[in-house]
Design a protein around this ligand. Structure first.
Ligand code: SAH
Length: 240
């Protein structure tokens, strides 16, 4: 069975969008994953087909109605995790992406306006997910980000199966810096070690660069990485 993506949105025309091109687009055409974009408004029950209403307690904007959202969520297949895009959610990680990609698929609820009536999360098993500490105008871009990250992990989608192993976050570190020809560009040369052909030396250099860049750019990741290394005996052996 291909990986089944279901998007619940007020703007189904945004899909597949950028996921229709390149590797994800080819994989979609070849049937490695399937896409169903569901119009939330189809589950509205009043004559105006309204999906939102003013915030209880006052304030700006509109809030998406729990009854309409629940009807939309209840219409999708039951064996996939159901995620809702919200800046109030748990930040998305490569580990969660990997778990989702290994499963049968995912359903993603996209918010708009001021977001969802909170009772939706009490009444249904829906995982609130954030793609970062900034605010988008809608959940669709977040859903595209999450799907893109999952689809590239599906079997046969990326060229070489091993090309993900060293990547940023897979090891708890950022990836090492990459270079390609020309050997000299604007007076800068590719680091000598990468041209040495000495694979052990190259691996050691890459590891030290990954550590340096993680320490400088992502002290949060570095701290977690160091913490895990001290705590886990297998991790400590690996580092010795
Ligand atoms: N008032 C809300 C933001 C609403 S933004 C708040 O302050 O928490 C409108 C919609 O965009 C949200 O319902 C959500 O679906 C989406 N969105 C915005 N920022 C997001 C983020 N960082 N991650 C995931 N979805 C986001």
């Amino acid at each position: 069975m291909p990986f089944a993506a279901t998007i619940l949105t007020l703007y189904p025309e945004m899909f597949p969008g950028p996921l229709g091109v390149s590797l994800a687009g080819r994989a979609l055409r070849e049937g490695s994953w399937s896409l169903d974009a569901v119009q939330i408004r189809d589950f509205a029950t009043d004559k105006h087909r309204s999906v939102d209403d003013t915030p209880a307690g006052g304030g700006a904007g509109m809030v998406l109605r729990a009854d309409v959202l629940a009807a939309a969520v209840d219409s999708v297949a039951g064996d996939c995790p159901i995620l809702a895009m919200t800046p109030r959610g748990t930040p998305l990680t490569q580990q969660r992406v990997r778990e989702i990609a290994q499963g049968p698929g995912v359903s993603i609820l996209c918010g708009r306006f001021e977001g969802f009536d909170e009772r939706l999360f009490e009444a249904r098993a829906i995982e609130p997910v954030s793609i970062g500490d900034y605010v988008l105008s809608g959940g669709e871009m977040g859903a595209l980000v999450l799907l893109d990250a999952c689809i590239r992990l599906l079997p046969g989608v990326m060229g070489a199966p091993s090309s993900g192993d060293d990547e940023s976050f897979e090891t708890g570190l950022l990836e090492y810096p990459q270079y390609t020809r020309p050997v000299e560009w604007e007076g800068r040369t590719i680091p000598e070690v990468l041209r040495s052909g000495d694979h052990a030396k190259i691996a050691a250099w890459r590891k030290s660069m990954a550590e340096r860049d993680t320490r400088l750019r992502r002290p949060d990741l570095w701290e977690r990485h160091e913490g895990a290394r001290v705590q886990s005996p297998s991790g400590a052996r690996r580092e010795d």
